[in-house]
Design a protein around this ligand. Structure first.
Ligand code: GLV
Ligand code: MN
Ligand code: MN
Length: 408
């Protein structure tokens, strides 16, 4: 339990590194990201890892295996957050990984062990997600350099402000032959484990997600003087579409969310002339997601035509569904069995994770840990010390099970 308490205390320490006094938000390449990398590097050093920050701002650490320079098993998660975040999404996985590494005797495993604290999984600052893990996996797109944050700072400038050289970004790429695989521990972010009264689960696959910036264009006008039959109210049209997103997503067995919406010009007595809003669409299978997307698009065009509006849609992020590797899954299952759970639960992740990007370079698998009420992306995120202790035991045993697979 001592290690579990240490991990929880460190989650508290990281939660204090926020750009807002009254809630947690720590975004990619911010001063708080700098402070978090430094703290994580210090904890990695204390755990016996040699540390470096890679060319994408990911904080990394390594313990050598039986020989120096062997391919590495990566353990990790992310240390960026959504706005008004909980303190476990991402951070808990990094701290569990460091603690597992602290329990491994250097020079004993048939591979090197590395821990990665990814710089950007959520995409809070620049809209597109998985920037840290995509750099590592070699799937970086140079078009991203011109993405801007809400203050107009480009990703290119943010790299420089953080002390990184954009020209060196390819240096973050890990060639597949230098890797053995990637394991991530993460809170479930849903209620399945709690409802089943279980602590841990193995992830079978990760949902494919697509995100869009949507705009409904109408015409602003006087809230008193404009008769209804002459209005082109962008907000009423967008609202109809928001309801359709929920209805069509439920009907199609996918998950659709409009999480951001802003009306312009934004006056109480002005008919909204333009609405900018978002769409996040996920499913276990990409075909289901894309079929519902087509229905949502058709609904948007129908609503716009009926109301004299114009509809625009830009894709800002896409990550297709990823199946977890069977050998690494069985190592995670062996890890869960080591905690006394003879028949580990297995299900797909509704949330996105760095593994979706890392899989381009090496096979991946994930361990899920129960969180209270299934709540996440909210400050009420909570885990118990006993569950963290079980996750640590399972994660360490999973690494040793991968070592057994490689010893054969
Ligand atoms: C990441 O947390 C996501 O699934 O949105
Ligand atoms: Mn998240
Ligand atoms: Mn996460």
């Amino acid at each position: 339990m001592h290690d579990a308490q240490l991990i929880l205390d460190r989650c508290d320490e990281l939660a204090a590194l926020s750009s807002h006094a009254d809630y947690l938000e720590r975004v990619h390449l911010s001063p708080q990201h700098r402070a978090a990398n430094d703290l994580v590097a210090q904890w990695m050093t204390e755990a016996g890892l040699s540390t470096w920050q890679d060319a994408a701002g990911n904080q990394c650490g390594r313990i050598e295996g039986r020989e120096d320079g062997l391919p590495a098993l990566l353990l990790g998660s992310h240390i960026d957050t959504v706005p008004d975040a909980g303190r476990f999404d991402g951070m808990l996985g990094v701290l569990l990984a460091i603690q597992v590494a602290s329990r491994v005797e250097p020079g004993t495993l048939p591979f090197a062990l590395e821990v990665v604290a990814f710089s950007d999984e959520e995409g809070t600052r620049f809209g597109t997600a998985l920037l840290g893990s995509r750099a590592l996996a070699g799937t970086w797109d140079d078009e991203w350099w011109s993405l801007t944050d809400k203050d107009g700072i480009s990703l290119f400038e943010a790299f420089q402000d953080f002390g990184l050289d954009p020209a060196r970004l390819p240096g973050a790429f890990r060639r597949p032959e230098t890797l053995v695989g990637y394991l991530e521990a993460h809170i479930e972010q849903g209620p399945i484990l709690e409802d089943a009264d279980r602590r841990l689960a193995v992830v079978t696959s990760i949902a494919g997600a697509r995100r869009f910036a949507l705009t409904m264009h109408g015409k602003a006008g006087h809230a008193g003087g404009s008769p209804y039959d002459r209005r082109r109210d962008a907000l009423v049209g967008a609202s109809e579409l928001v309801v359709e997103v929920e209805r069509l997503s439920k009907q199609g067995g996918v998950v659709g969310t409009v999480g951001k919406l802003e009306a312009f010009p934004g006056g109480v007595n002005v008919i909204p002339g333009r609405v900018e809003f978002s769409l996040d669409l996920r499913a276990e299978f990409d075909d289901d997601r894309d079929a519902v997307l087509a229905q949502i698009h058709a609904a948007a065009l129908e609503i716009a035509a009926r109301r004299g509006l114009e509809f625009e849609q830009h894709e800002i992020y896409r990550a297709d569904a990823v199946v977890c590797d069977l050998d690494l899954r069985s190592a995670i299952e062996a890890g869960i069995r080591a905690t006394g759970d003879e028949s580990p639960l297995a299900f797909w992740s509704r949330a996105g994770h760095d593994g979706m990007a890392v899989v381009a370079a090496t096979p991946i698998a994930m361990l899920f840990l129960r969180c209270a009420g299934g709540v996440s992306h909210h400050p009420d995120e909570a885990v118990t010390k006993a569950d963290v202790a079980a996750a640590l035991e399972a994660f360490e045993a999973a690494v040793r099970a991968v070592a057994d697979q490689h010893a054969l």
